[in-house]
Design a protein around this ligand. Sequence first.
Ligand SMILES: [Zn+2]
Length: 288
Amino acid sequence: MKTLREYIKEAEEKGVAIGHFNISNLEALHGIYAAAKKLNLPIIIGLSEGEESFVGREEGVALIHTFREQDNYPIFLNADHHKSLESVKGCIDAGFDAVIIDGSKLSFEENVKITKECVDYARAITKSTGRDILVEAELGFIGEGSNLKDTVPEGAGILTKPPEAEKFVKMTGIDLFAPSVGSIHGLIKSGKPHIDTELVAEIKKVTGVPLVLHGGSGLRDEDFTNATVAGISIIHINSEIRLAYEEAVKKFIAENPKEINPSKILQPAVDAIEKIVENRLKLFNHIP
Ligand SMILES: [Zn+2]
């Protein structure tokens, strides 16, 4: 099997993006995995700090490894938006394939410092174990929380400046870069965020590393396709999955108030997630 780095390189060359989907439970993982397998596409599963503490760090790794090994399938695990060096180190040690150190709220200098520490740690582990570990960092501010928002939160959506991005990537030696290019974390009720594809292309040119788009939930279809063509190689989706889960479970319980078997109650959520992920993966890969 190719490494995640090789799959990303391949996506970069093809002008498509690998889907990154977050989970909080096994049902979501089943839905996401079924969609990916149907389309035969590599996939990244994300665990944010909160999701990781709910699922369990070692348990999360065991789950992904089980899927990967039983089908020899390219499914990878990413520590999404981890904010401390300790937490990043813990995830690397546990067996995550990739980590995101999120220092986007820090000053430029502090962000560089903590990111560099994470890169150094990942490289040392690669040297001693041979495991390839990807480190991603973010510059600019995409907002926080995969949730429902009435409007764009204050301070979010500060676009990344290409010269700063270039400097940041050079100084840190990161493998993947998450710029702020118009999307916002969460689902925004009023006004759809819009991706600045010219900015994506410019940042791609000056940094020379694969770019990751966060806050993909709720974007227009053409934003996804344009973003991949402009240089985005991974796209994150979380809020849409959470919403689909919640709506499917709520509907089933309302319609079947006497049902108490979780495998029955949760099946519609698995199906709803599969549908969303299939749709998103097709867009990311220009599949009609
Ligand atoms: Zn994100």
